[in-house]
Design a protein around this ligand. Structure first.
Ligand code: IDP
Ligand code: MG
Length: 138
């Protein structure tokens, strides 16, 4: 028996602007995961810097903070056994051009020629990062 997990999902500002919040949440619910908390807010740079600390110094870091603070985003705590791995499978690869059809990024995302990939969703990558990220935003 695996333990009940939680993950932080963000429908990023590109997904929010394009009206894809409902489509992303629909896929999470259709998969069978539970929405434990939901909030719409424009991410502030201070909390984004904490959230994305592992990427500080990379060429896409400043563009990433600009992009993520560019407007409202939807934050969700998602629950379910193995939901961290499961949501990342639903999301698809980081690069939306390479992300497979059938995934959120593969079906709904594309390259817009920017320094940062606008790829619609974030999902935590491990139990420790999920708890760390949930504590930042909720
Ligand atoms: P992930 O969101 O799939 O976990 P990370 O490597 O954690 O990917 O990167 C965080 C975010 O930074 C990505 O979702 C994407 O928006 C952006 N990003 C990551 N790598 C690149 C890159 O090589 N070029 C442009 N943007 C990137
Ligand atoms: Mg990541």
């Amino acid at each position: 028996m695996t333990s009940l997990e939680r993950t932080l999902v963000i429908v990023k500002p590109d997904g929010y602007r394009r009206g894809l919040t409902g489509e992303v949440l629909r896929r999470i619910e259709a998969k069978g995961y539970t929405l434990a908390a939901l909030a719409v807010q424009t991410p502030d740079r201070a909390r984004l810097a904490q959230h994305y600390a592992e990427h500080e110094g990379k060429p896409f870091y400043e563009p990433l903070l600009d992009f993520m603070s560019s407007g409202p985003a939807t934050f969700a705590i998602v629950e379910g056994h193995r939901c961290i791995e499961g949501f990342r499978a639903l999301a698809g690869a980081t690069d939306p051009t390479a992300a497979l059809p059938g995934t959120i990024r593969g079906d709904l995302g594309r390259d817009w020629g920017e320094k940062v990939q606008a790829n619609i969703v974030h999902g935590s990558d491990a139990p420790e990062s999920a708890e760390r990220e949930i504590a930042i935003w909720f």
